[in-house]
Design a binder for this molecule. Structure first.
Ligand SMILES: Cc1ncc(COP(=O)(O)O)c(C=O)c1O
Length: 375
């Protein structure tokens, strides 16, 4: 019988800058007396992120959710937008906050991403865009999605919250679609404690988003339109500048942990793990297992609870499905009968603890527990 971990092994552990380096940055900010409003740190962070993410047109925001809402406005989306139910609440909420009706599309069973083959049937006269999510860092079928968007004159807004630094055949994910949103929440591979970024395919969209994140104010005498407050502050931007120097090592560490999980979980009946996709540069944001209840002998929920008894804190991302939330379940496209794969996937996937510094013996023990609790 395995002993539980003495301390909880959390789902993730945030990457932190060296405190001495951060202190030096804080001293510079204190000396400047500018704490917010597009200061030196924010400008430097935007330049460096643009380079790292390979997107000339990039702006940072106070969080990814506000960034998504601003993107909806910058793109002038209205009516209906086709999206996935298998995502974090913020994706769909951002549409509702923009007075846009979400239309749920089923997902692919192997990638967990929106199924492009199901999109066309959902397009109506009111559809203005597609909002796909690169779920768990695995890129969507960007070619097929773009073809559909071009055929019907739709915008494509990617929720790229999980795909910091991901590339498809050497091209950054931000190269696809009109706008991509990256979340810099503390739980992400790269973060600014709270924060986010948008990348744009035209300078015009960046100009509009920059205006919208600053209340719509063009200059002291001119307010162009009802904007919001989506500004990142200088202290968080400093954290972002420092973490950009550490993110490669973090991704490398996550890759090693992921490979260990894959090795130790191989050949457990009823447990399926994902593998890398050829041509994709991955960033390893989550380690997800798919549990076949009949074959493994326990449901996802039961595994979650048993792991907790061993002090292993897993997460049921993304359960419940957005389409089953009380606020969305009455939308016709939310019916479970129309989203069979999404409902099946949400019932069977579990995220295990992952960060770049998770010790190898912890990974091995978590996998031993998963083997050991099988009835
Ligand atoms: C898929 C997805 N979309 C949107 C968000 C919202 O980002 P934020 O927390 O930065 O507002 C998150 C994560 O938090 C996410 O995982």
């Amino acid at each position: 019988m395995l002993e539980p971990f003495k301390e909880p092994v959390f789902i993730t552990k945030p990457l932190l800058p060296e405190i001495e380096e951060l202190s030096a940055m804080l001293e510079a900010i204190w000396a400047s007396n500018q704490l917010s409003n597009n200061g030196t740190m924010v400008k430097q962070l935007e330049r460096e992120l643009a380079g790292y993410l390979g997107s000339e047109q990039l702006s940072v925001f106070s969080n990814g959710t506000v960034a998504l809402q601003i993107a909806c406005r910058a793109l002038r989306l209205s009516g209906e937008v086709i999206t996935t139910p298998f995502t974090f609440a913020a994706t769909v909420h951002s549409l509702m906050w923009s007075n846009i009706k979400p239309v749920f599309c089923d997902i692919e069973e192997d990638t967990f991403n929106i199924n492009p083959d199901c999109i066309e049937a959902l397009i109506t006269q009111d559809t203005t865009a597609i909002l796909p999510v690169h779920v768990f860092g695995r890129p969507c079928n960007v070619e097929k999605i773009q073809k559909i968007a071009d055929k019907y004159g739709l915008k494509v807004l990617y929720d790229a919250a999980h795909t910091f630094g991901v590339k498809i055949d050497g091209k950054p994910v931000s190269a696809f679609g009109d706008v991509s949103m990256f979340s810099f929440h503390a739980t992400k591979v790269y973060h600014t404690i709270e924060g986010g970024a948008l990348t744009f395919n035209t300078p015009y969209l960046k100009e509009r988003a920059d205006l919208l994140r600053n209340f719509g104010i063009l200059d002291t005498g001119t307010v162009m339109e009802p904007g919001t407050n989506g500004k990142l502050n200088e202290v968080q931007a400093a954290v972002g500048i420092l973490l950009l120097k550490k993110v490669e090592a973090e991704i490398e560490g996550r890759k090693k942990v992921t490979e260990l999980y894959r090795k130790y979980l191989d050949n457990i009946p009823g447990i399926t793990v994902s593998s890398d996709v050829e041509g994709v540069t991955h960033n390893y944001p989550y380690f997800v297992i798919k549990i076949d209840r009949d074959e493994y002998g326990l449901s996802c929920d039961e595994v979650f609870s048993k792991l907790k008894e061993y002090n292993v804190i897993s997460r049921r991302y993304f359960y419940p499905l957005c389409s089953n939330f009380q606020c969305y379940r009455d939308i016709p496209s939310a019916a479970a009968s129309r989203l069979p794969i999404a409902n099946k996937v949400a019932d069977s996937v579990l995220s295990l603890p992952l960060h770049g510094r998770l010790p190898a013996d912890h990974v091995e023990k978590i996998c031993d527990i998963i083997k050991g609790i099988r009835p």
